[in-house]
Design a protein around this ligand. Structure first.
Ligand code: TEU
Length: 570
């Protein structure tokens, strides 16, 4: 072992790469147009070949499917559309047999309104489980005004309160009315959640990705928020990083997580670097790492996404450098460009035309060279792009559908404008089926896919890339292999290069006398760098996405070129 790495810092979840599977769109084994667990099992050899170490499954539990499973109606089961508990157990066994760990999505900020807890809770004010959810009278006692003015996090869908006629009270839902928020103040509810978590861990599950975990504690006063762009009140100051969130996570750690060798990652919208140091502190009291949203928000992706703003590289560098530098030694980073909520990164930050492959591999290098655990979202490893949606009838995501209706009806945008924003930002861009082959159905299904397949599957697909050594897919595979081979990629300290070139992202990693320089050209023009070249014979190129790179000769990066140079300092 490298003696420069402190034994206490070494963790398996720092040394691995996570692959996110969106089960509905990954692989359909029975021709109903919806991916399933047997489909996932059929692709385990592929995932093992790719080299990833952990599979994160987006929700596979029973659900009415209003938000594709992020509305759970039974935390202990498997949705029929995905298979059975037996299929799940087989998946665990087959995955573990290939050294692949499996983590599940834990969605406990809210449940479905069809969960038995909610059905009981809503049935009467005296019901034992009434307090499992957050109920309030209307403003000034039972009037028709909701308890406060907060807008839903699915911007454009109205407020966060729905009145239930049965008991004449309102329940809180930060997302849709089909997703009532659970009341974490209730101790019995928390105990039930911990019990459910232990149940899955005892089946061999290797950890959890925790959906919007930064939102579980609400300021009990539920005060009005300042009215923002959406025309509704911003409640975030009262529910993001709420008063007891850290108490709850520390309790969860003691009651559940500490008894297992697992990994946890919290989806933490609204979390700053300072807060992240509490959620993902190296002292290990809460979670292992979090997903922050500061990159996605550079084009309004989290606060108000419906625009066609572009992310500018200087802003991107500022945010990423900040997270890298400030978490050093105190907390661990997660590294991601894509997930099931974000548009495809090649379309967002790269060039989906002439340089689609080169920009995809450049983006991969930029991220995978950083310090933290990298996440690959299905299809990212072949450079999948956004979907050329032309009509709202092709969309399935409730967020997009509600936003389109809202902003075209209230006159904020014309239908054409809004369609343009949907093409750029809709979550359905990420959810189109995985492109396995060039055939009709993309090798995803033999039936009709639940969401349209990107027509470019005829040239962007796994079958075409698998044996082509210069493909995006093989490039990802090589990057993963480099992470396994070089400790510096996992544990090396990150230092931003003070490069003022607005088109290049460069940084150096250091571990003892080892150095790793990563240079990435985010533009379609050649860029000269000021990097001080080590003696040529001492430097070796670990990976580069340009065949005849002359970077080590003249410090010039070709359009969308990226390079990792390894050398030893004197
Ligand atoms: O997303 C939470 C989240 O923070 C949202 O802002 C999300 O980024 C939004 O979709 C922006 O467009 C999680 C899940 O990842 C998402 O799929 C769910 O819809 C949401 O929680 C509710 O469970």
């Amino acid at each position: 072992m490298n003696e420069l790495i402190n034994v206490n810092q070494k963790k398996w979840w720092k040394e691995t790469v996570v692959y996110q599977i969106y089960p509905k769109s990954f692989c359909d084994s029975d021709g109903d147009g919806i991916g399933d667990i047997k489909g996932i099992i059929s692709k385990l050899d592929y995932l093992q070949w790719l080299g990833v170490g952990v599979l994160w499954l987006s929700p596979i539990y029973p659900s009415p499917g209003y938000d594709n499973g992020y509305d759970i109606s039974d935390y202990n089961g498997i949705a029929d559309q995905f298979g059975t508990m037996e299929d799940f157990n087989r998946l665990m066994k087959e995955a573990h047999g290939r050294n692949l760990r499996v983590i599940l999505d834990l969605v406990v900020n809210h449940s479905s309104d069809e969960h038995a807890w909610f059905l009981e809770s809503r049935s009467s004010k005296d019901q034992e489980k009434r307090d499992y959810y957050i109920w309030r009278d209307g403003k000034s006692g039972g009037s028709d005004l909701p308890p406060n003015n907060w807008g839903s996090l699915f911007g454009g869908s109205g407020g966060v309160w729905t009145k239930d006629e049965k008991t004449d009270q309102y329940y809180l839902h930060l997302f849709s009315e089909k997703q009532p928020d659970l009341n974490w103040e209730n101790e019995e509810l928390r105990k039930n959640i911990y019990k459910m978590m232990r149940g899955w861990l005892d089946l061999g599950v290797d950890g959890f990705r925790m959906d919007v975990i930064s939102l579980i504690s609400k300021n009990p006063m539920l005060p009005d928020g300042i009215v923002d762009e959406s025309g509704l009140g911003d409640g975030k100051p009262y529910f993001v990083n709420g008063p007891k969130v850290h108490d709850y996570l520390q309790e969860m750690r003691r009651e559940v997580l500490d008894s297992y060798d697992i990994m946890t990652v919290g989806e933490a919208c609204g979390v700053t670097v300072e807060e992240a140091k509490k959620y993902a502190s190296a002292s290990g009291q809460e979670l292992d790492m979090i997903f922050h949203f500061e990159v996605n928000d550079l084009d309004g992706g989290e606060s108000f996404k419906w625009n066609n703003r572009k992310i500018l590289l200087p802003d991107l560098k500022k945010v990423m450098n900040k997270w890298q530098v400030e978490l050093e030694g105190t907390a661990w980073n997660s590294l991601y460009w894509c997930n099931h909520d974000q548009p495809r990164v090649v379309s967002r930050l790269g060039d989906s035309g002439k340089y689609k492959e080169r920009s995809a591999t450049m983006l991969a290098t930029c991220l995978h060279g950083m310090k933290g655990t990298p996440y690959i979202y299905q299809g990212e490893e072949i450079g999948m792009t956004n979907m050329p949606f032309t009509s709202m009838s092709q969309l399935r995501d409730p967020e997009s559908i509600m936003a389109f209706a809202h902003y075209t009806e209230n006159g904020r945008y014309s239908k054409e404008e809004m369609m343009d924003y949907i093409r750029g930002k809709s979550r359905d861009n990420a959810r189109t089926p995985m492109q396995w082959t060039a055939e009709a159905g993309a090798g995803f299904t033999k039936g009709t896919a639940w969401l349209g397949i990107n027509p470019n599957h005829t040239n962007i697909n796994v079958a075409e890339q698998r044996d082509r050594l210069d493909s995006v897919l093989n490039y990802y595979r090589n990057l993963i292999a480099i992470r396994k081979k070089y400790d510096i990629v996992v544990y090396g300290k990150y230092e931003p290069e003070t490069e003022d070139n607005p088109n290049v992202y460069a940084y150096t990693r250091r571990l003892g006398n080892e150095c790793l320089y990563v240079g990435c050209n985010f533009s379609s023009k050649v860029q000269k760098q000021t990097f001080l070249l080590p003696q040529k014979e001492e430097a070796s190129t670990l990976i580069c996405n340009v065949n005849d790179s002359h970077f080590l000769v003249d410090n010039c990066l070709e359009p969308y070129e990226s390079i990792m140079v390894y050398y030893k300092s004197k």
